[in-house]
Ligand binder design. Structure first.
Ligand code: PRP
Ligand code: URA
Length: 204
């Protein structure tokens, strides 16, 4: 299932993220804002449980979050999406998967993996760009091998090729994206896209 964000602030952020004149400081702010909207969408159906609470006036039954959350950014660009998740969900556990695409083949190479306990938790894998889908498919496979079950993928810009690859390899994983773009170019960059997210985030 592909969920495309439908929010005016999301559209605004995507427009300025795409703009090649946007500098890293503003780019990071826009990435934060659009990721916050995506975080809300991707957690809309989190389970809750009932808690008795005494208000200043009466005793009520009210809802609190019932399931621990894990967020796993794919390094390095995924780091640009972490803060809204930790701001919204203070008890979230954060894992890290380091993957880097080879510049000529676009095949992702794994260089780091550190994951928290995954059992019984909702797991959100976050990576701003879903291009060929190679990085996301690898990351989702590693998390499943370590016992992760209830996974979601959250990205800022997706390409049809990447969505198809994730759906084929992990049909159980819903994808949340802020923009669903046209295609990949011959170097496997997303069109119209926004260029290299990691480079633009960190000014490299
Ligand atoms: C980018 C992006 C994804 C990957 C997407 O990372 O953040 O992880 O490319 O491409 P794919 O769908 O074809 O695998 P990159 O490999 O450039 O590394 P970086 O985050 O360190 O810049
Ligand atoms: N990674 C990026 O940062 N941008 C793309 O367009 C594709 C992969």
């Amino acid at each position: 299932m592909l969920h495309v964000l439908n929010h005016p602030l999301g559209a605004h952020c995507i427009t300025h993220l795409r703009d090649q004149t946007t500098k890293p400081a503003l780019f990071r702010t826009l990435a934060y804002q659009v990721s916050l909207l995506l975080a809300l969408e991707a957690t809309r159906d989190l389970p809750t449980r009932t808690l008795g609470v005494q208000t200043p006036l009466e005793l009520i039954s009210s809802q609190v979050l019932a399931q621990p959350l894990v967020v796993v950014p794919i390094l390095r660009a995924g780091l640009g999406m972490v803060q809204p998740f930790t701001d919204l969900f203070p008890d979230v556990s954060v894992g890290y998967i380091g993957l880097e695409r080879d510049h000529t083949t676009a095949v992702a190479r794994s260089y780091y993996c550190k994951l928290p306990a995954l059992n019984g938790r909702r797991i959100l894998v976050i990576d701003p760009m879903l291009a060929t889908g190679g990085s996301a498919v690898q990351a989702l496979s590693v998390i499943k091998e370590r016992g992760g079950q209830e996974l979601r993928l959250v990205c800022i810009v997706s390409a049809p090729e990447g969505v198809a690859a994730v759906h084929a390899a992990h049909p159980d994983v819903p994808i949340f994206t802020a923009a669903h773009d046209r295609e990949l170019n011959s170097r496997k960059y997303i069109l119209p896209g926004l260029g290299d997210f990691g480079d633009r985030l960190y000014g490299t």
